[in-house]
Ligand binder design. Sequence first.
Ligand code: PGA
Length: 248
Amino acid sequence: MKKLYLIGNQKMNMGLSELEPYFDRLATIASTSDNVVGICVPYVYLDMAQGMLQGSKVLFGAQNMYYKDSGAYTGEISPRMLEDFGCDLVIIGHSERRAYFHETDEEINLKVKKALEYGITPVLCFGETLDERNNKMAFSVVETQLVGALQDLGEEEISRIIFAYEPVWAIGTGVSATAEQAEEMIAFAKRTLEEQYGVHQSIVLYGGSLKPSNADEILSKPSIDGGLIGGACLKLDDFEEIINTKVE
Ligand code: PGA
C-alpha cells in the first residue's frame, strides 16, 4: 500500500467557531488513517491548531511566511513565529501568492531556505498557467520554477521538501488535470530533481480540484505521492473520503 500525503490548504476560509469541531474531527479521522494528514491554516488560527492538533497524527502549519528572522517588516510573519506555534509545515510559492502578491522565484527560494533552516517542511508549489500549457511551455515553466526555488540548495535539503504540482488552470476551477497530465508532469519534476540535484526519492503531490470523485484515479498514478487539497478540505466529509484513499 502506498502511503499518501494528504494536506489541506484552507486558504482564507473558515472561522473560529467552525474550527474547533473541525480540528477535533480531523484528529479523529487521521488517527485511523495509514496516510499522512496535514492542514495549513490562516496564521491567526495557528495557536488553536497547536492546542488541538499537537500530539495528534495531523501535521499542521501555515500558508506562507516571510524569509527574515525578525525586523521592521510590518504585517509579515517570520519562521521563528511559526516555530513558536509548533508548525510542521509551511506552504511556499502557492500560485495565488505568485499571482496576487507578485512573489518571485527568488523570494520563494529565500523562503524555502529559511523554512528548512528552522526545520519546518516547505510545501513548495509549482505549476503552469493555461496559456503556458496551450503554448507548449508547461515543462519549461515548471523546470524554471523548480530551479529558481532550489537555488543553492543541496540534495539533503531538497529531500526534506514536499513538492506540490498545482497547474494554475486546475486550482479552484472544479476541473482537475487528468490523471495522465498530472502523472506526466510529476514524473518530469521527479526526473528533474534526480538529474539536476541527485535527489532519488522526492515527494511530489498533485493539487488542483482534487475531490472524492477523482482522488482514487489521480492518487493511484505511480509518481504521485498525495494531494494538496483546497476547496475539498473545507468540507470534512469530502476531506475524510480523500484521506481514506487506499492505493497500491
Ligand atoms: P483546490 O485548491 O483544491 O480548491 O483547487 C488547491 C490549492 O490551491 O492548493
